[in-house]
Write a new protein. Structure first.
Lengths: 276, 299
């Protein structure tokens, strides 16, 4: 295990594309976070023009709701695509450079090849979770007046949701990489599926004219990204009166994990069956 | 002698093409075993099967007398087709990855880099290497940790004459230390210079195998005739370079171990009391011989 991680670590340590794409994830996340409050308050201002009693400005940066808001913004598909592309590149590189053949020649078995990439995903997800938690603590402490431990950590379980989303989403990417083997094709098809194919399918299945059923939320990407489904803005909640998510549900976690397990199984089967 | 590799009836088909057909081979410890054949004769496919890269449709193989596992592959150093490394990493990091996989320490890396003349470039990225250097790094990686067996697929392919000489010298040096070496090549000359044993493949089939000296032993032959064929036959056997004799009706064809020139042969026979009535030299190059072998198979 440690040996496999050591090998994977050598591959990413000086790999510029890895650091650039991972960096872009955090850049886009930061931009998104900064814009979110600004845009919400913009809407509030516009609405206030027609209201006798103005709605107060909202803030999304305070504890304990910040945990939920951070994980919501950190798992929208526009930022999640970056770590997914990283995984696709790291896997298809092995086919492009034929190093996967060389690794087998040198004495790796097919299971170890798959496990080493899964361990890498685990490591990347863990490190990103820690980084996001640190960022959340810094922003939260700067914006929250009541810094009692209970207040600060109450909703921190959303971090587990983030970790699971990050992990399962990257396993989806791994699935595309291992089966398609070609970098460009894998990235193109994965992006196409995440941004176009599944959203269309989602609305198609949901539309009352067609099926009017509840399958839509169980589509793989939607299921993974819905572990942390909504941001939480208490003021707006009261106003709108919606009863939105305020904790991580175990069943919401199990569905994408089931997909991930299935994909790992298929990839392993394909690795064993197919010539390298 | 201990058997390092035994292949039994391996066949591999790619669609309509039968890449390898019912191939059986045995490589013993300490042999430098050449797999000789033209392009597309199934050499690389065979090597890919015994290294678990592709699955044979039928047949079995054993390494070190046991069923093959990834542990047995760790005792083998291989260069197959092209040098496969991470282009953005330096040779040292690439070799560290190989060492990690093979459960070796890093202390051997400097030695193999020195051996292949890449030590000065050890920290430059692989993608800046010339093809010759890439090929040398592949050899370096195969040598890592002194493997029991070395498998080299066209090891001098694409190298300049100096590089070819360097790699061949290196192979002979490793062979002299007792390492078993398996080399695939389409170059007869290369197999002849390096190998002790050879198997000749064509269209996925083994034509024959054996000691290089026997299989590829070609000396020039002479057609000779004299008044008494009997006396001629007994006298020619006394020649120090005599190898074999093919009797004909009114002449004999004689093969020699070394190169013999006609004048010397004539003098030798005359001194021994035989006067030739006919002497014709038959020249045949190794390449010609090899082509003939393949040709016979194609008919």
């Amino acid at each position: 295990m440690i040996k496999l991680l050591k090998i994977e670590f050598k591959k990413i340590l000086t790999y510029k594309i890895f650091w650039i794409l991972t960096g872009l994830y955090f850049v886009f996340l930061t931009v998104g976070l900064l814009m979110a409050e600004f845009m919400i308050n913009n809407i509030v201002d516009n609405t206030n023009k027609h209201l006798p009693i103005p709605i107060p400005h909202v803030t999304i940066y305070f504890f304990p709701w910040l945990w939920q808001n951070m994980t919501f913004f950190a798992t929208i598909r526009y930022v999640m695509i970056f770590p997914a592309i990283v995984i696709i590149i790291l896997i298809t590189n092995e086919y492009t450079f034929k190093t996967i053949r060389q690794n087998v020649i040198n004495g790796m078995n097919k299971a170890e090849i798959l496990i080493s990439k899964l361990l890498l995903i685990l490591l990347i997800s863990a490190v990103m979770t820690v980084l996001l938690a640190l960022g959340t603590l810094i922003i939260g402490i700067a914006h929250t007046s009541d810094l009692s431990l209970v207040q600060v950590l109450e909703k921190s379980s959303f971090m587990i949701g983030f970790f699971l989303t990050m992990m399962t989403f990257q396993i989806y990417a791994l699935f595309f990489g291992f089966l398609l083997r070609n970098t460009g094709l894998s990235i193109a098809l994965f992006t196409l599926y995440v941004f176009i194919a599944e959203p269309i399918l989602y609305h198609f299945l949901k539309s009352p004219i067609v099926f009017n059923n509840n399958i839509s939320p169980y589509l793989p990407v939607n299921a993974a990204l819905s572990i942390t489904e909504y941001p939480s803005i208490p003021v707006l909640k009261k106003l709108v009166g919606l009863n939105l998510q305020d904790s991580i549900s175990i069943s919401a976690c199990l569905i994408p994990m089931g997909y991930a397990a299935l994909m790992i199984g298929i990839v392993y089967w394909a690795l064993v069956k197919m010539d390298l | 002698m201990e058997t390092v590799l035994s292949i039994a009836n391996i066949s591999k088909r790619y669609g309509k093409i039968q890449a390898v057909s019912e191939l059986s081979l045995e490589v013993k410890k300490g042999q430098v075993f050449g797999v000789l054949g033209p392009n597309g004769s199934g050499k690389t496919t065979t090597l890919s099967v015994i290294l678990d890269l592709i699955k044979a449709n039928s047949g079995t193989f054993q390494w070190f007398g046991q069923e093959p596992t990834n542990e047995s592959r760790k005792r083998i150093g291989s260069v197959i087709e092209s040098p496969n490394f991470f282009p953005y990493l330096s040779p040292v990091i690439n070799l560290k990855i190989v060492a990690d996989i093979k459960d070796l320490g890093y202390e051997d890396i400097d030695r193999v880099l020195h051996l292949t003349g890449l030590y000065d470039r050890r920290n430059t990225r692989f993608k800046t290497f010339s093809f010759g250097m890439k090929q040398r790094l592949a050899v370096a990686s195969a040598l890592l940790g002194n493997p029991d067996v070395l498998i080299l697929d066209e090891p001098t392919n694409g190298l300049d004459p100096q590089g070819i000489a360097h790699i061949r010298e290196l192979i002979l040096q490793i062979a002299s230390a007792g390492t078993t070496i398996i080399i695939a090549s389409h170059l007869l000359d290369e197999i002849q210079k390096i190998c002790s044993h050879v198997a000749v493949l064509n269209k996925g089939k083994k034509l024959f195998d054996g000691k290089v000296s026997e299989v590829l032993a070609i000396s020039d032959s002479f057609d000779l005739s004299a008044a008494s064929i009997e006396l001629l036959s007994s006298t020619i056997r006394l020649h120090p370079a005599f190898q074999s004799l093919l009797p004909g009706i009114d002449k004999i064809q004689v093969f020699f171990k070394d190169e013999i020139d006609a004048e010397e042969l004539n003098r030798f026979l005359f001194q021994h009391g035989v006067t030739l009535t006919h002497l014709a030299e038959r020249k045949r190059s190794l390449e010609q011989h090899f082509l003939e072998l393949l040709d016979n198979n194609n008919k």
